[in-house]
Write a new protein. Structure first.
Length: 367
């Protein structure tokens, strides 16, 4: 099997040595870093996430730090969701769009102070984007990538593990809210969040020299609950109906097409990037929408490396953007980015390597 060779363009995370010790079997590039994607036992890792507790190196979720007199104005300018009511210590999931209303990222905005924010980003060079917009608009903001690296604890037992380390007070943290903490001299921020439908926390490490120490603390504390290494699970995220920016989106995707309309406030300031285009798209209606696919294929197959064409009545009507063998449903499932004319319950054909496979459309998330 081909390997990723040494390359200083791909940075390693503060938890890298810990993941190697744990037996990491595969990485994927993400935000110019190496993201662990497998420890060699996919079913065990899935079961750990859905039935117990899993520990993830997600330091690839980089932050864009925004600070200065115009920080709040600038942050709102980037986000199609109204942030006027956001409190210090609160995170909000948002869509960021270009002037066409096309998504360029779907970060979580963390408000650290009235003049200080983080964008916790998906896979995209948002720091370059932000610097260009700030310069274009002439705003007084300082922008950088801070020394911040998230470690995720996910699964139905995650709260017990995090409480065992930091105290029962963490049980009161609301979804997407965060708080400062410290353990053995390691500064962190703890947020109730994570890229799964199973619940959990992301622990933002604020000292990149202490990554292995933090990993080992969580590993030891989680032992009574059977904690083990894992990563964002493609199977679990598809079963849970979670969007993958860049995986389920293309260079023309707007928020309305991928179930993010509730994060678009059309009455916010005209200064918000893309809002005028989004108003027009909303008035005219999107041309595509995102639905689930249940394939007439009950044999386990590898996940997707590409989008597959979807046909109806002999014509292409969309794309299958992701797929997996669902352990829960014991069949192949996936997402469709498909013509608005197709509805849940319709039958289509997914063209996989030239071979049509029958599939039915359904609403997301899967029920």
């Amino acid at each position: 099997m081909a390997e990723i060779g040494p390359n200083t363009r791909l940075r390693v995370s503060p938890f890298y040595e810990a993941t190697v010790t744990e037996g990491v079997a595969a990485f994927s590039p993400y935000n110019r870093m190496l993201m662990p994607t497998s420890y060699g036992h996919p079913r065990e890792e899935y079961d750990r996430l859905t039935k117990g507790v899993s520990l993830w190196d997600v330091a690839v979720e980089r932050q864009v730090a925004i600070e200065g007199p115009d920080a709040a104005t600038f942050t709102q300018m980037l986000c199609t969701r109204d942030l006027s009511g956001q409190k210090i210590g609160q995170g909000k999931y948002v869509a960021c769009c270009d002037h066409r209303g096309v998504m360029v990222n779907d970060p979580v905005v963390l408000k650290l102070a009235e003049d200080r924010f983080w964008l916790s980003i998906a896979d995209k060079d948002m720091l370059m984007w932000c610097r260009a917009i700030a310069a274009e608009r002439g705003l007084q903001v300082d922008l950088c990538e801070p020394d911040v690296s998230p470690l995720a604890v996910q699964g139905p037992m995650a709260e017990d593990v995090v409480a065992a380390v930091f105290g029962d007070w963490i049980r009161d943290i609301r979804f997407f809210w965060f708080a400062d903490a410290e353990i053995e001299g390691i500064p962190v921020k703890i947020q109730r969040s994570g890229y799964s439908g199973q619940g959990g926390f992301e622990i933002y490490l604020l000292d990149g020299t202490r990554g292995v120490d933090l990993w080992n603390i969580m590993r030891e504390a989680g032992a009574p609950w059977g904690i083990g290494p894992g990563n964002p699970s493609p199977v679990e995220r598809i079963e849970s109906g979670l969007l993958s920016f860049g995986g389920d989106t293309d260079d023309d995707t707007n928020p309305f097409e991928v179930r993010l309309e509730r994060y678009v406030d059309l009455d916010i300031s005209d200064d918000v990037l893309g809002i005028e285009a989004l108003r027009q798209i909303s008035a005219e209606g999107p041309r595509r929408h995102q639905l689930g696919l249940r394939l007439d294929d009950h044999e386990p197959q590898p996940g997707h490396l590409m989008w597959y064409d979807i046909h109806a009545n002999g014509q292409k009507v969309g794309d299958m953007t992701c797929g997996c063998y669902s352990y829960k449903r014991e069949q192949m499932i996936g997402f469709a980015l498909i013509s608005i004319d197709l509805k849940p319950g319709d039958t289509v054909q997914v063209i996989k390597h030239g071979t049509p496979v029958d599939a039915s459309l359904c609403a997301l998330p899967f029920r």
